[in-house]
Write a protein that binds this ligand. Structure first.
Ligand SMILES: *[C@@H]1O[C@H](CO)[C@@H](O)[C@H](O)[C@H]1NC(C)=O
Ligand SMILES: *[C@@H]1O[C@H](CO)[C@@H](O)[C@H](O)[C@H]1NC(C)=O
Ligand SMILES: *[C@@H]1O[C@H](CO)[C@@H](O)[C@H](O)[C@H]1NC(C)=O
Ligand SMILES: *[C@@H]1O[C@H](CO)[C@@H](O)[C@H](O)[C@H]1NC(C)=O
Length: 409
């Protein structure tokens, strides 16, 4: 895969400079950051060097070495605060140990996550389950404490495997904690069914499976899940990636979004008509839902950048909880938007082809946590700490933003 950086001249087109004046260039930038005024690359001209691929070429006009903060709108400064930092904190070049399902457990100050299921460097397939692991945020803090501010130096904190019962097969998503349990969503493997399960974060890591079928039919390969802030119901996505990554049979149902009422056990579809519905998140008040559509990535069928790489927003109907008024929220310029999280202020974070991209509630791209490699998901480890999954790496950014509502202790 060719990985080239896209370069443009950073000159502001004069007609914007005359007429605008709304967005002013920040006087002081925080450490590890670059400000890219959208006006500076609005016109590339007939001899400009244009990007042909959203999957193999990055938008890094200043060719800065990652990790760093790419700021497109001064409002990103409120998210970063005056003294942010951004470091790689764990890595294993041979194993995509940090794919998705990031969950922060405050009691032990640990972040749980799952390795890639069926994809590159996942060490998992039709005959091998994937792995759940965890890191200690205390160990991360200790490793980072002596580093020079703004250095971005990498450290390597150890990852502990979490050995789970065999009922958990191909973990792909997770959220919570919900009443002290991790909520894992699994894709299933071969004939073993996809499921939603509660998992004790502490040994013996016992499991209670909440759901593994839709009126007797197996799901395709369940993908991602969130708890609705107002009702506590579980909302989750089902999509064909298990089949497209060669570890599940041919799909039997549409790619769609479901709701499980954990009190009554009732399951139903609350949104449909996607190519590949994937990540899910709610605003802290539960009134708006975000669903990513990663149709541009088709596993063994390859990437097609004319297909969706899109985040949709919906209103959650107060009566039925069906997702209403679907509208485009964002379209990523690099890769696909996979997992999504919403911070306390309603900003939307998505794992994309070049790191974590952040949009305001109004859909303006504010900035990126730029790592020049794919992030499939991320989670706040309490206020001000963003833990970014990046397949063979984990990054931690210390920022000013506060976490949204994902845990229900
Ligand atoms: C994009 O494609 C055009 C037309 O094939 C080519 O001239 C150009 O060099 C390509 N750009 C990059 C960055 O590869
Ligand atoms: C980090 O440590 C792990 C073992 O915990 C090792 O496999 C990996 O290669 C190390 N990464 C680097 C960059 O040294
Ligand atoms: C694990 O077992 C304990 C002790 O029986 C129980 O209280 C807890 O609810 C179980 N957790 C899960 C997720 O099954
Ligand atoms: C990519 O998707 C478009 C739109 O669905 C389709 O027309 C085109 O044939 C696809 N390209 C490839 C190479 O599959």
């Amino acid at each position: 895969m060719k990985l080239s950086s896209f370069k443009v001249a950073l000159t502001v087109a004069s007609h914007f400079a005359c007429t605008s004046g709304q967005t002013s260039v920040p006087k002081t930038l925080p450490p590890q950051s670059v400000f890219l005024d959208p006006r500076s690359f609005a016109v590339l001209g007939p001899n400009g060097q244009f990007r042909n691929s959203s999957f193999t070429e990055f938008f890094n006009p200043t060719s800065r070495k990652p990790p760093f903060f790419q700021i497109f709108d001064p409002d990103f400064l409120d998210i970063l605060g005056p003294t942010p930092s951004f470091h790689e904190v764990a890595s294993n070049a041979a194993f995509a140990f940090a794919h998705e399902a990031p969950i922060y457990v405050p009691e032990t100050d640990e972040v749980f996550f799952a390795s890639n299921d069926g994809g590159a460097l996942g060490n998992s397939d039709l005959t091998h389950n994937n792995q759940v692991g965890k890191i200690s945020m205390q160990a991360v803090e200790t490793a980072l404490q002596d580093l020079k501010a703004g250095s971005g130096t990498a450290v390597n904190v150890s990852v502990t495997e979490v050995v789970l019962p065999d009922t958990i097969q191909m973990t792909n998503g997770g959220t919570g904690p919900l009443k002290s349990s991790l909520v894992l969503i699994t894709s299933g493997r071969g004939p073993l069914p996809p499921s939603i399960a509660l998992v004790n974060p502490n040994a013996p890591h016992n499991v209670t499976v909440l759901l593994d079928n839709f009126f007797g039919r197996q799901f395709n390969s369940l993908n991602d899940i969130k708890i609705h802030p107002a009702t506590g119901a579980l909302f989750f996505t089902d999509v064909t990636y298990g089949f497209l990554n060669h570890f599940r049979p041919e799909p039997l149902m549409r790619n769609q979004v479901y709701r499980l009422d954990t009190t009554t056990g009732a399951v139903r579809v609350i949104a449909t008509d996607f190519d590949k519905c994937n990540g899910i998140a709610f605003t802290p008040d539960g009134k708006i839902a975000y669903i990513t559509d990663t149709g541009a990535n088709s596993g063994f069928l390859g990437n097609n950048q004319t297909e969706p790489a899109t985040i949709y927003a919906f209103d959650v109907d107060p009566k039925t909880q069906v997702f209403l008024n679907r509208r485009i929220f964002a379209y990523t310029d690099t890769g696909i938007p996979d997992g999504v999280q919403v911070d306390a202020a309603g900003n939307v974070y998505a794992g994309c082809g070049d790191g974590v991209q952040v949009w305001s509630p109004a859909g303006t791209l504010l900035g990126k946590f730029f790592i020049e490699t794919t992030s499939a998901n991320m989670v706040f480890a309490g206020d001000g700490r963003l833990v970014i999954m990046a397949e063979t790496k984990i990054f931690v950014a210390k920022i000013a933003a506060k976490e949204g509502k994902v845990s229900f202790p």
